[in-house]
Design a protein around this ligand. Sequence first.
Ligand SMILES: Nc1nc2c(c(=O)[nH]1)N[C@H]1C(S)=C(S)[C@@H](COP(=O)(O)O)O[C@H]1N2
Ligand SMILES: [Mo]
Length: 174
Amino acid sequence: MKQLITIMLMLLCIATRGQKAIEATNEFLVTGAVTNELKFTLAAIERSPSGPIPDIVITNHKGEPRDTLKQLKGVLVKDLLKDIPLKEDNLKRFSEFYFTFVASDQYKVVYSWNEIFNSPTGNHIFIVTSINGEALQDMRSRILVVTPTDFKTGRRFIKCLSKVVVSRAEQEQP
Ligand SMILES: Nc1nc2c(c(=O)[nH]1)N[C@H]1C(S)=C(S)[C@@H](COP(=O)(O)O)O[C@H]1N2
Ligand SMILES: [Mo]
């Protein structure tokens, strides 16, 4: 029995060591096609008005439930990024812009300018400021972004956001 427990503990150690922890972040930089870069610290995120978010079931790309997030609070990404100075004066051409959210392990997720600022989805893209009653600075997956209205919520569940790269759609080659 003792031997069995030892073997099981060893297997558990190997299994958990294979899953490398993603490094939590304490700020993120907005860079790329902007006239000046902006840095958002945890304190800056917390200065934005936050509201409660209903519980979210995180589903993987197959639709299988992975986790349920409870007692959530968050700030809207559209509120935080509303004053980002895009490198473009013509408002019409803002529709060419997109934002790549990059995590500390290089996991990447894309949102378009219209999706964030001109669609119902934009009302549901949050930076999580509290989870299970835990404060932002204590969250292991900080800085965490969620999009609860997605069909497969895991895809745009961004743990440990480190930067947002602003880009514009490339010109078509003649
Ligand atoms: N930083 C980061 N966030 C991530 C991922 C990742 O690899 N790195 N994987 C995503 C995927 S594909 C899913 S389904 C969910 C849940 O994955 P997990 O069970 O590995 O946490 O997290 C998402 N967020
Ligand atoms: Mo996934």
